[in-house]
Design a protein around this ligand. Structure first.
Ligand code: SF4
Ligand code: SF4
Length: 97
Protein backbone atom coordinates (compact mmCIF):
# COMPACT_ATOMS: atom_id res chain seq x y z
CA UNK A 1 0.00 0.00 0.00
CA UNK A 2 1.46 3.37 -0.94
CA UNK A 3 2.46 5.80 1.76
CA UNK A 4 -0.48 8.18 2.10
CA UNK A 5 1.18 10.55 4.52
CA UNK A 6 0.03 14.01 3.45
CA UNK A 7 2.88 16.11 2.17
CA UNK A 8 2.71 19.81 2.67
CA UNK A 9 3.72 21.46 -0.60
CA UNK A 10 6.51 24.01 -0.46
CA UNK A 11 5.45 27.62 -0.36
CA UNK A 12 5.78 29.51 -3.59
CA UNK A 13 8.52 31.80 -2.35
CA UNK A 14 10.72 29.04 -0.99
CA UNK A 15 13.11 27.25 -3.28
CA UNK A 16 13.39 23.56 -2.53
CA UNK A 17 16.73 21.89 -3.01
CA UNK A 18 17.16 18.15 -2.66
CA UNK A 19 19.73 17.20 -0.03
CA UNK A 20 21.96 15.53 -2.64
CA UNK A 21 22.07 18.74 -4.63
CA UNK A 22 23.08 20.61 -1.52
CA UNK A 23 25.94 18.29 -0.66
CA UNK A 24 29.07 20.19 0.18
CA UNK A 25 27.32 23.52 0.44
CA UNK A 26 26.85 25.41 3.64
CA UNK A 27 23.25 26.22 4.48
CA UNK A 28 22.50 28.48 7.36
CA UNK A 29 19.04 27.72 8.63
CA UNK A 30 16.78 28.96 11.36
CA UNK A 31 14.21 26.49 12.65
CA UNK A 32 11.21 28.00 14.36
CA UNK A 33 8.70 25.97 16.38
CA UNK A 34 5.46 27.69 17.38
CA UNK A 35 4.69 26.46 20.91
CA UNK A 36 1.08 27.54 20.49
CA UNK A 37 0.64 25.09 17.59
CA UNK A 38 2.92 22.22 18.65
CA UNK A 39 0.98 19.25 20.08
CA UNK A 40 4.08 17.42 21.27
CA UNK A 41 3.50 14.49 18.90
CA UNK A 42 7.24 13.90 18.51
CA UNK A 43 7.17 13.38 14.75
CA UNK A 44 9.81 16.01 14.07
CA UNK A 45 12.03 14.70 16.85
CA UNK A 46 11.96 11.23 15.30
CA UNK A 47 12.05 12.36 11.69
CA UNK A 48 14.90 14.87 11.62
CA UNK A 49 17.95 13.17 10.10
CA UNK A 50 20.27 15.62 11.88
CA UNK A 51 18.68 15.21 15.34
CA UNK A 52 18.05 18.92 15.65
CA UNK A 53 15.03 18.61 17.97
CA UNK A 54 14.57 17.82 21.62
CA UNK A 55 11.44 17.74 23.74
CA UNK A 56 11.13 20.40 26.41
CA UNK A 57 9.81 19.63 29.89
CA UNK A 58 6.25 19.72 28.53
CA UNK A 59 7.01 17.48 25.57
CA UNK A 60 6.95 20.31 23.05
CA UNK A 61 9.54 20.30 20.30
CA UNK A 62 12.49 22.66 20.56
CA UNK A 63 15.15 23.14 17.92
CA UNK A 64 18.05 22.56 20.27
CA UNK A 65 20.79 22.05 17.66
CA UNK A 66 19.96 24.49 14.89
CA UNK A 67 23.58 24.55 13.75
CA UNK A 68 23.17 20.96 12.55
CA UNK A 69 20.14 21.74 10.36
CA UNK A 70 20.63 21.19 6.63
CA UNK A 71 17.33 22.91 5.73
CA UNK A 72 15.92 19.72 4.21
CA UNK A 73 12.45 20.83 5.41
CA UNK A 74 11.25 17.33 6.26
CA UNK A 75 10.10 18.57 9.63
CA UNK A 76 8.22 21.51 8.15
CA UNK A 77 6.41 19.34 5.61
CA UNK A 78 5.50 16.56 8.03
CA UNK A 79 4.43 18.48 11.12
CA UNK A 80 0.69 17.78 11.29
CA UNK A 81 0.04 21.05 13.08
CA UNK A 82 2.08 23.33 10.81
CA UNK A 83 4.07 24.41 13.84
CA UNK A 84 7.49 24.46 12.16
CA UNK A 85 9.02 27.00 9.85
CA UNK A 86 12.48 26.52 8.37
CA UNK A 87 14.19 29.63 7.08
CA UNK A 88 17.24 28.89 4.99
CA UNK A 89 19.83 31.38 3.82
CA UNK A 90 22.29 30.67 1.08
CA UNK A 91 25.92 31.05 2.05
CA UNK A 92 27.95 33.97 0.74
CA UNK A 93 30.06 31.55 -1.32
CA UNK A 94 26.92 30.15 -2.90
CA UNK A 95 25.59 33.63 -3.67
CA UNK A 96 28.86 34.44 -5.46
CA UNK A 97 28.80 31.24 -7.52
S1 SF4 B 1 5.83 17.48 14.49
FE1 SF4 B 1 4.91 19.49 14.94
S2 SF4 B 1 3.34 19.06 16.50
FE2 SF4 B 1 4.71 17.28 16.44
S3 SF4 B 1 6.27 17.69 18.04
FE3 SF4 B 1 7.08 18.47 16.09
S4 SF4 B 1 6.48 20.66 16.04
FE4 SF4 B 1 5.22 19.65 17.60
S1 SF4 C 1 14.95 21.09 8.05
FE1 SF4 C 1 15.68 18.95 8.06
S2 SF4 C 1 17.63 19.01 9.17
FE2 SF4 C 1 16.57 20.94 9.61
S3 SF4 C 1 15.45 20.58 11.51
FE3 SF4 C 1 14.02 20.10 9.83
S4 SF4 C 1 14.25 17.89 9.43
FE4 SF4 C 1 16.01 18.56 10.68
Amino acid sequence: MPDETPMRPPRGDQAVTAPAERAGRKVKATVLVDPELCKACGICVSLCPEHVFDHDANGLAVAARQGDCTACRLCEWHCPDFAIEVRAERSAAEEDA
